[in-house]
Design a protein around this ligand. Structure first.
Ligand code: ZN
Length: 90
C-alpha cells in the first residue's frame, strides 16, 4: 500500500526532468505540477537542473523573440518535436 502511494506521488528524476521541459513549452496539469514541486524540493540534482533550465530558457526566449519577431517557422518546430519524440521512443 505504501509502495503504491510512493509510486503515485513521487516522480523519478527522469520523469521530473521531462516534466520540467514540458512545463517550459506548455502548461502542465495541477497534479503534474504538484508531483514535480514535491520532487524538486527533495532532489538536489533536479533543483540544480531546474535552475539551469530556467536560465537557458530565458536566454533562448530573449534571443528568439527579440523585437517581438521570431525567425523559426512552424515547420521547423514540428520537425524538431518529431525528432525528439522519435528519440524518446514515446
Ligand atoms: Zn531528481
Amino acid at each position: 500500500m505504501l509502495k503504491k502511494f510512493i509510486n503515485i506521488m513521487f516522480l523519478s528524476c527522469c520523469e521530473a526532468t521531462l516534466l520540467m521541459e514540458k512545463r517550459c513549452a506548455e502548461d502542465i496539469s495541477p497534479k503534474e505540477n504538484f508531483r514535480l514541486s514535491l520532487h524538486i524540493r527533495m532532489c538536489k540534482w533536479c533543483r540544480i537542473y531546474q535552475e539551469k533550465l530556467e536560465i537557458l530558457d530565458g536566454i533562448l526566449k530573449r534571443k528568439l523573440f527579440q523585437d517581438g519577431k521570431t525567425n523559426i517557422n512552424q515547420y521547423d518546430i514540428q520537425l524538431l518535436k518529431d525528432k525528439i519524440i522519435k528519440n524518446l521512443n514515446i
